[in-house]
Ligand binder design. Structure first.
Ligand code: 173
Length: 319
């Protein structure tokens, strides 16, 4: 009885002691552990934990394909099996088709915060995927088509290409045969000759040794590779105001590091050339049509699959 009373008094006198409890959030990556995105985020996690002692911690649990496949992580975040996903919308279109719309953004993450896009994204992500969209950790990064065979024009007839939803409608419109795989399966597909090429951003093809099996990169690139941190909405709502404030501050700092992709991408272009990867470039008019086509079919697919949110996303993400 006495002990209970003492405890009650202590709680009454120091409510801050309760509020200041530390929470640990479990983070899983849909991209491989030894890839560029995990490498980009892990030093940030380390600093997050050093500065967040007593407030908030992040535990990096692991990455696809070890923990689960890339395409399962969206659902794991939605259901709260994990708290935070390092993920891209193309990997969770099973939850909502508009997840894949963020690749079509022609505004930077900072601009999207200013023009209301983030607010709208969160409205949709909250309602449809039980997710809080925390931050975009990749920006200023086009996707490209990489090939083992030469093409002379943007006609992909007769080519089997590895895709995710990112590239599906565009490559299909250009006549390709499509095979969807997670990043973890690209090397084997190339090695076995199951595919003649793949879609991927301008950076990262050395991470899993794809350069060994890549002869050409098609220029120009298209879209804007989106990789983000998304969080289970219930876990987000459980955070105390102090924890939420800490999290918001840290993810903004991470997002501010997106400027580093510009330099990194320029270095990757050089590294690809040094590895003997040749570029296939189209004349200016063809190149312009190629990119226009990419956006045209990309938005058409979103508007068709998500007629309720597609128009507003297009308005907020386009220049
Ligand atoms: O796996 C992919 O090609 C893909 O969809 C993607 C999306 C964003 C960044 C890197 C790859």
């Amino acid at each position: 009885m006495k002990l209970v009373r003492v405890a009650t008094v202590a709680l009454t006198l120091c409510p801050a002691a309760v509020a200041a409890q530390e929470t640990t959030l479990r983070l899983v990556s849909a991209f491989p552990e030894n890839g560029v995105y995990v490498k980009h985020v892990l030093p940030w996690v380390q600093k997050f934990n050093a500065d967040g002692k007593g407030t908030l911690q992040i535990q990096f649990v692991g990455a696809a394909p070890k923990v689960m496949t890339s395409f399962e992580i969206g659902n794991a975040v939605k259901s709260g099996v994990v708290d935070i996903g390092l993920n891209t919308g193309a990997f969770y279109t099973n939850l909502m088709p508009e997840a894949d719309a963020l690749k079509l953004a022609q505004l930077s993450a900072a601009e999207q915060r200013r023009n209301g896009a983030y607010e709208y994204i969160n409205k949709v992500w909250n309602a449809k995927a039980n997710m809080q969209y925390l931050a975009r950790i990749v920006d200023y990064t086009p996707f490209h088509l990489y090939l083992t065979k030469r093409i002379e024009k943007p006609d992909l007839t007769g080519l089997k290409l590895r895709i995710t939803p990112v590239y599906r409608d565009f490559f299909q419109a250009l006549g390709a045969t499509l095979i969807q795989t997670a990043p973890a399966e690209v090397y084997t597909a190339l090695e076995r000759g199951v595919v003649d090429g793949y879609g991927w951003p301008i950076h990262g093809i050395f991470d899993l040794n794809w350069h060994e099996r890549t002869r050409y990169r098609v220029d120009p690139g298209f879209y804007n590779a989106e990789v983000s941190l998304v969080m289970n909405l219930d876990a987000y709502r459980r955070l105390s105001p102090a924890q939420r404030q800490y999290l918001e501050r840290q993810v903004l700092a991470l997002e501010a590091m997106n400027e580093t992709w510009k330099q990194h991408n320029a270095e990757e272009v050089k590294r690809q050339a040094q590895a003997g990867i040749q570029t296939i470039a189209f004349d200016a008019a063809t190149a312009r049509q190629y990119v226009e086509k990419a956006y045209e079919v990309g938005w058409a697919a979103i508007l068709k699959a998500a007629p309720d949110t597609g128009p507003q996303l297009k308005k907020l993400l386009s220049k």
